[in-house]
Write a protein that binds this ligand. Sequence first.
Ligand SMILES: [Zn+2]
Length: 87
Amino acid sequence: MAKAPEPHGPIEPGQTDHFRGLLQRRGVNDLACPACGQNTWGGFVNAAINITDAPGSNRGVGTIRTLAAVCAQCGYVAMFDREVLDG
Ligand SMILES: [Zn+2]
């Protein structure tokens, strides 16, 4: 049985095609970096955005699980909501 992805951290090599497939299913076929215009993504990582109750607060009220891709050209980070991708 395949190991479930960790909520944070790198995507295992075999999962890259799986996540590309999830993006393509949502109509994301040729993703150009919005910052530099290149299509040189360095790979995917599991990441999370912690939601707090107010700016500057440490009181967490939720988490958005994301699939993040880092542009290998300029470092821009694109994030996709895993709930949408996995739905
Ligand atoms: Zn870029």
